[in-house]
Design a protein around this ligand. Structure first.
Ligand code: EPU
Length: 355
């Protein structure tokens, strides 16, 4: 286990903000997980788990505790209850339905790529989401009509309350739009995600497609909806619209889309506000559109820029402090509230000691 001291959170996160973390530990094997928590307990320090840092915002005064980086690697197929590394499998081992298991520190997009290449549908629309497999269930990542909740079979986690490794089934995860048991309420931060199992099948996505994907399909006359074809389209759309975290500092979507109750959907539609209707009749209203309609797209605010390609994305051009971020956020939230009456909520989490 690698141990570093006084590491700037700005270097660990894609938004590139935040003062120093007292300790940073890198967990590379399952045995390290317990050791990492013991390290923190011995020093009576709070802990915080991080994957790729793509959805985490640091504070100016840093973190007086232990940041644990999940670097557990590997992709497996579960066969007769046993995990078999994909490198050891032959073509015949891949049946029409599989349970694919990714270790928490695996790069999420490598996991998606592997599944799509093998012809499995279920996560291909979530191509190129920055971050790690272990972070995926924490906020129930989603894109272009798919989210993790639709395919997650189980999560293996270290429970910091009981010091045991347990397996959680979907009903124990309370997954909603970007909210789960892992990031909400008293259990937020309780579990270290060791691995994630998803249930996938060979096949392809069927309409209706998410509006921005449908637009691409129409414009390019695409008729192939195989997992690799969807992956390719999603990668092109994302390349075009979303900043590459390696080159441009941001945390992806900075605001959530706004949830709309089923009884309010018609009213929002009548106001001409674009909205995605979920299978249960509830709606999700495009916050990017609201921000754009307020004239904020491409605008510079306190060292940040509202992306001129995707208004939900806030780019850190030259801001150094969380205080600047707070000012930029306030201006956007106030402007949208005044014009439309909706209160935008921040999407990325803030790295602070949990009580
Ligand atoms: N729109 C605008 N102007 C904009 C952006 C969006 O009018 O500047 C409207 C358009 O009507 C567009 C619709 O919003 O058709 C949807 O836009 P887009 O497909 O770009 O997706 P999004 O709703 O802005 C969400 C996720 C993204 C995810 C995309 C694709 C959230 C908070 N964001 O964004 O996730 O990649 O859908 O499915 O749910 C992230 O969470 O970090 C993230 C990037």
């Amino acid at each position: 286990m690698k141990i570093r001291e006084n590491v700037p959170i700005s270097e660990l996160t894609t938004m590139r903000l935040g003062g120093a973390a007292r300790y940073v530990l890198e967990v590379e094997q399952p045995e390290d997980v317990e050791a990492a928590y013991e390290f923190a307990a011995e020093r009576e320090l709070p802990t915080w788990v991080m994957g790729g840092g793509a959805n985490t915002i640091g504070h100016d005064d840093g973190f007086p505790g232990v940041v644990i980086l999940n670097r557990l690697k590997g992709i497996f197929v579960r066969k007769d209850g046993e995990l078999v590394a994909v490198e050891e499998l032959s073509e015949a081992d891949f049946s029409d339905e599989i349970i694919l298991v990714g270790m928490g520190g695996e790069v999420w997009d490598d996991f998606v790529k592997f599944a799509a290449e093998q012809g499995y549908t279920g996560i291909e629309a979530m191509s190129m989401i920055p971050g790690t497999v272990g972070a995926a269930p924490v906020q129930n990542i989603g894109a272009y009509g798919q989210d993790l909740a639709q395919v997650v079979e189980s999560v293996e986690a270290y429970d910091t309350k009981t010091n045991e490794v347990i397996t959680l089934a979907p009903p124990q995860m309370n997954m909603g739009y970007r909210t789960t048991r892992f990031n909400t309420g008293e259990d937020a931060g309780r579990f270290f995600i060791i691995s994630v199992a998803v249930k996938l099948r060979r096949g392809e996505l069927t309409p209706p497609f998410y509006n921005s994907l449908q637009r691409y399909i129409d414009e390019h006359g695409v008729t192939d909806f195989s997992p690799m074809s969807i992956r390719k389209m999603v990668c092109e759309i994302r390349d075009e619209k979303l900043p590459d975290p390696e080159k441009v500092a941001s945390a992806g979507s900075f605001f959530k889309n706004v949830g709309v109750a089923p009884e309010d959907v018609a009213n929002v539609q009548e106001r001409g506000i674009p909205l995605w209707v979920n299978a249960d009749g509830s709606g999700k209203l495009n916050s990017g559109w609201l921000i754009e309609q307020c004239g904020l797209k491409g605008k510079e605010l306190h060292g940040f820029r509202v992306s001129d390609k995707a208004a939900l994305v806030l780019i850190n051009e030259r801001a150094k402090t969380y205080a600047d971020l707070a000012k930029a956020r306030q201006e956007i939230v106030d402007t949208v509230r005044e014009k439309f009456g909706f209160t935008l909520e921040q999407e990325p989490v803030e790295l602070v000691a949990r009580t």
